[in-house]
Design a protein around this ligand. Structure first.
Ligand SMILES: *Cc1c(COP(=O)(O)O)cnc(C)c1O
Length: 361
């Protein structure tokens, strides 16, 4: 028997399953499984990527000063409280490395993002799952689940894969009610899709126990380059920076992100198109007898009568070249998560679900 063993918790990690991007035997698939921006990144970001080719022999900035300044300027934030990471996933990893270890607990919600649990286990901590109320974050249930071992509470607002969100008053009540040794992490991966919502940035500035994470992977269409950021009290940024590799973001990623965040008109256009097409998608699904919750993000969660119906519909859609996301792993076996694509994709997926439902009868 080998004596080489991974640290406790690591073998409990279930490998993350990304959205599928291929169907065997079908060409020209439409991928609606990973909440990607169907319009891609801003032309300015694409140009910045092309220009970065000339700097590939140079090491990138270690302090990300230009990108942090751009984020601070656009969002009206303090650049000293921003940390940039390889996707917001890396910020989540840093938070767990810094504050979680054996004997500590981390709360995530019933239908919460898989990375919270994975990063908690990787750090040797114990994930604690808290029920939601009809697919909405339940602040009272979270507060009840807190113990003197709780170090982090993760909520995504809007949440993935439900698309639902809770109001600022509820978030403030949560920040106020968690134990003293505990940090509230507000995952704002979809915050940009909600007009007028700051993702909790102002709350971060008012308190010492709230962190916000954000990403360039969704509205900004840069998932392939892996760029995210966190906003936190100065003392926490100081801790996280000690864990951050000095060259975690490439020249290319930094340049693309800065160009993307400065192209406000493009971001606004993507948000408006998403809002319009999301309404079309959920209305048409409703007409076909497939309800969805009111989504605040760039996807909808379609609810079917049973797990077998959801799976049959998924297979039917795959045959039509449409890839959506099964979410049984998120305790939603009778649901499919469908990214809001461009208009032809939205109309096609709605039409095909209508065909599927008609064929069932
Ligand atoms: C997509 C997503 C992220 C973003 O991950 P990146 O590492 O920034 O690509 C974070 N949280 C949630 C809930 C997400 O859905």
């Amino acid at each position: 028997m080998t004596k080489i063993e991974a640290q406790p918790g690591i073998m409990d990690i279930a490998l993350y399953e990304g959205g599928k991007s291929k169907v065997e035997g079908v060409t020209n698939v439409v991928k609606l499984s990973s909440n990607e921006n169907p319009f891609g990144p801003s032309p300015a970001a694409q140009e910045a990527v092309r220009r970065s080719v000339h700097e590939l022999h140079r090491y990138p900035s270690t302090d990300h000063a230009d990108l942090r300044a751009a984020i601070a300027e656009i969002h009206g934030l303090d650049a000293d409280r921003i940390i940039c990471g390889v996707g917001s996933d890396e910020i989540i990893t840093f938070l767990c490395q810094a504050y979680v270890g054996p004997g500590t607990e981390v709360i995530h919600t019933e239908h919460g993002f898989a990375m919270y649990k994975i990063s908690t286990l990787a750090a040797g901590g114990t994930p604690v799952e808290v029920a939601e109320r009809e697919r909405v974050t339940d602040v009272d249930a979270i507060l009840e689940a807190c113990t003197d071992k709780t170090r982090l509470v993760f909520i995504a607002n809007p949440n993935n894969p439900t698309g639902t969100m809770i109001g600022m008053a509820e978030i403030e009540r949560l920040a106020e009610g968690i134990p003293d040794q505990c940090l509230l992490v507000l995952d704002g991966a979809y915050a940009e899709y909600v007009e007028g919502y700051d993702g909790g940035a102002k709350l971060v500035e008012m308190r010492d126990n709230v962190v916000m994470t954000r990403t360039f992977s969704k509205l900004y269409g840069l998932g392939g380059l892996r760029i995210g950021w966190g906003y936190a009290p100065k003392a926490i940024i100081d801790v996280l920076n000690r864990l951050r590799g000095p060259f975690n973001l490439s020249n290319t990623a930094l340049a693309a992100a800065e160009a993307a965040i400065r192209d406000i008109a493009y971001a606004d256009k993507c948000r408006d198109e998403n809002t319009r097409l999301r309404a079309i998608l959920s209305e048409q699904l409703m007409e076909h007898g497939v309800p969805t919750d009111t989504s605040c993000a760039n996807f909808v969660l379609a609810r079917f009568a049973s797990q077998s119906e959801a799976e049959a519909c998924d297979l039917y859609l795959q045959k039509q070249g449409l890839i959506v996301r099964r979410v049984a792993g998120y305790n939603l076996p009778n649901c499919l998560r469908i990214t809001v694509g461009d208009e032809p994709s939205v109309r096609r997926v709605a039409y095909c679900i209508g065909q599927f439902k008609a064929g069932e009868r």
